[in-house]
Write a protein that binds this ligand. Structure first.
Ligand SMILES: Cc1cc2nc3c(=O)[nH]c(=O)nc-3n(C[C@H](O)[C@H](O)[C@H](O)COP(=O)(O)OP(=O)(O)OC[C@H]3O[C@@H](n4cnc5c(N)ncnc54)[C@H](O)[C@@H]3O)c2cc1C
Length: 383
């Protein structure tokens, strides 16, 4: 058995300990799945993209997205998102952009499961127009003073590894992509950072917050990558994020599909299984085809990334297709389960609710389409 199949085998074992009930209870109580995170760290799932010289598992992106999909197919969105936080937001930017000092400081926490990484991009006024962010980092003394406000930052209340996007200079005319800078900080080390949790309907077990930065002083060494060149760095993070969330949604939709198929085979109404009706079969069959097609695009994108090739089409197209197909499956599952879908304890609505997020974030469907329209079809820009 290869080393990779061994990882897959042990990941499958986690479903015995962390059952559907575990995830339903965590979601209801809006409680962090610390026990699952500890197990994930023990299995190396929090350091999949950490290089071997830093004691990480060090697998290719193509294999990584496969594991994210597998974990999500066993546990759902919150578990997949935890893996994404550690590997896509934690390891990937640290080892592609970080200084040696930053790598030494942050690598160990990824392995032990103490980092809970997050990326703070979205702002109340800027929304998905990232280049309009107004959080500023002004040079002061030996570093910067940061002021501003972010919203919807998942795990920001418990993070020890935050990537913060701020403006270090005003956009010059026609060059809005210049002047953005990424900062890598441990919020516990700085005063002036406050979080306020949002009572939301997706990723409740992990938690998303508003984050306030009030005259936060950070040293010059906190810059991740190059000052003013944050947009370019961010697009690389966005590509992997989109491939990752697509893998989470496809895995979770597989989980829902298998539950719906099982229910369609066993629920008897009018004297026969409801799954004997074509009206019940076809949405499930169509969902299966869409999920497989979306997965091929996502896997292609991940393999391109491994080869160092441009993969923004696959990242945006994959995120779009995965969001659409997983929501199609989630809706079909709600229908197949009938009234029982509305009981929280059947675990259908939890996945349906969580999957709805991916039609809006990390990239709204319309903006994924705009990427293709502007950059692939070369249509006139709409913004
Ligand atoms: C549970 C949750 C967790 C999140 N976690 C994070 C996180 O960890 N870090 C982070 O930085 N952000 C996070 N986000 C934010 C998420 O990435 C944004 O919600 C998403 O990018 C959309 O931005 P917005 O909500 O401001 O929507 P807006 O930008 O206000 O857009 C609203 C809608 O308008 C439409 N629209 C906007 N512009 C156009 C256009 N040009 N053409 C056509 N239609 C358009 C789209 O339908 C879009 O959905 C999270 C959000 C949620 C809900």
């Amino acid at each position: 058995m290869s080393e990779f199949s061994l990882i897959e085998e042990t990941v499958r074992e986690t479903a015995k300990r962390f059952t559907e009930r575990y995830w339903i209870e965590k979601d209801k109580a809006a409680q962090f799945p610390k026990e699952f995170l500890d197990e994930a760290a023990r299995l190396g799932l929090t350091s999949l993209l950490v290089p071997a010289e830093y004691n990480g598992v060090n697998i290719k992106v193509g294999d990584y997205v496969g594991l994210v999909r597998l974990v999500s197919s066993l546990h759902g969105v919150a578990a997949g998102d935890l893996l994404m936080a550690y590997n896509t937001f934690g390891a990937h930017p640290l080892f592609t952009l970080g200084s040696n000092e930053q790598k030494r400081k942050f690598a160990e926490r990824l392995i032990t499961g103490e980092a809970n990484p997050c990326v703070a991009v979205t702002e109340p006024a800027a929304g998905s127009d990232t280049l309009s962010v107004s959080t500023v980092a002004e040079r002061s003394g030996d570093g910067y003073t940061i002021r501003g406000r972010k919203i919807w930052i998942t795990m920001s209340h418990i993070t020890r590894q935050m990537i913060l996007v701020a403006r270090t200079s005003s956009p010059q005319s026609g060059r809005r992509s210049e002047g953005l800078t990424l900062f890598l900080i441990d919020p516990h080390e700085h005063s002036g950072i406050r979080t306020s949790r949002i009572d939301d309907i997706a990723l409740r077990a992990l938690g998303s917050c508003e984050v306030f930065f009030e005259d936060v002083h950070v040293p010059r060494e906190a810059v991740l990558g190059e000052e003013g060149k944050g947009w370019r760095a961010l697009t690389g993070i966005f590509n992997l994020e989109r491939l990752s969330t697509a893998s989470i949604s496809l895995g979770t939709a597989e989980l829902l599909l298998s539950k719906a198929v099982e229910h369609a085979k066993t629920r008897v109404v009018f004297g026969r299984p409801i799954g004997a009706n074509q009206a019940v079969q076809f949405p499930l069959a169509e969902g299966k085809v869409w999920l497989e097609a979306a997965w091929r695009l996502v896997r292609d994108g991940a393999e391109k990334m491994d080869r160092g090739e441009e993969c923004a089409f696959e990242a945006n197209g994959g995120a779009l297709l995965a969001a659409k197909s997983s929501n199609m499956v989630a809706d079909a599952a709600m229908q197949v389960f009938g009234g029982m879908a509305f009981a929280q304890d059947t675990g259908i609505e939890l996945h349906w609710r969580n999957l709805r997020l991916f039609r809006v974030g990390p990239v709204p469907e319309e903006l994924a389409l705009s990427y293709v329209a502007h950059n692939i079809l070369k249509l006139p820009r709409s913004f």
